[in-house]
Design a protein around this ligand. Structure first.
Ligand code: DC
Length: 204
């Protein structure tokens, strides 16, 4: 039986951590859909044409080592505005969502465009300052040196691009449960997300 959990929200709101924990709790598979756009973005940085890169994308490309950098994130949000790039990535995401045994997909448009029929939908948010602080810490831990102000500016730029694009903009589905993680610890945010999904799932 399939059961799809759609987790959307802006960069660094906690979607990734929450999605992994929800998947582990329920024994579901997890797909970080941002990686698809990052993998296309990385190819484009190497000189590829965006639509051809999206059409040629293979599952192995998601395992490339350098997809987590700020530069690739920026390139990802640029290729993500191209409707043909998005269209080329739809089937992969939908078939992942419907795999037997349950799936968690996190991204920007999962509850609205990719899986409007998802059984559980969450929209995870946090203030831009709070997200920039988390992202700054993460980048510093990985040895990427950037000032907090630069990270905050990049978070705001990416938010704006993700929200303002014409195709599949970042926005909560009307039936998504909103979860603001600004003042929550990781454990608290995860516990709330699990509770929301468990409610939708009903008694085991
Ligand atoms: O979640 P992330 O930071 O890895 O995503 C990188 C970029 O990819 C993000 O700025 C917008 C784009 N993206 C998207 O448009 N739709 C998705 N479902 C996931 C990511």
């Amino acid at each position: 039986m399939s059961f799809t959990v759609a987790i959307d929200g802006p960069a660094a709101a906690g979607k990734g951590t929450i999605s992994k924990a929800v998947a582990a709790h329920f024994g579901f598979a997890h797909l970080d859909t941002g990686l698809l756009y990052r993998a296309v973005g990385a190819r484009v940085r190497d000189g590829a044409e965006p639509i051809a890169a999206a059409k040629a994308l293979r599952a192995e490309d998601l395992e490339a080592g350098d997809l987590r950098t700020q530069a690739v994130a920026d390139q990802a949000s640029r290729v993500a505005v191209i409707p043909e790039v998005r269209a080329a990535l739809v089937d992969f995401q939908r078939s992942f969502a419907r795999r037997a045994g349950g799936a968690v997909l996190d991204g920007r448009d999962i509850g609205t465009v990719i899986c409007p029929e998802a059984e559980a939908k969450l929209f995870v948010t946090a203030s831009a300052e709070c997200r920039a602080e988390r992202r700054h810490r993460e980048l510093t831990e990985r040895g990427e040196i950037q000032s907090y102000d630069d990270v905050l500016a990049a978070v705001r730029d990416r938010d704006q691009r993700d929200r303002d694009r014409a195709t599949a903009p970042l926005l909560p589905a009307s039936d998504a449960v909103q979860l603001d993680t600004s003042d929550l610890s990781i454990d608290e945010a995860v516990a709330r997300a699990i509770e929301i999904v468990a409610r939708r799932r009903g008694p085991e």
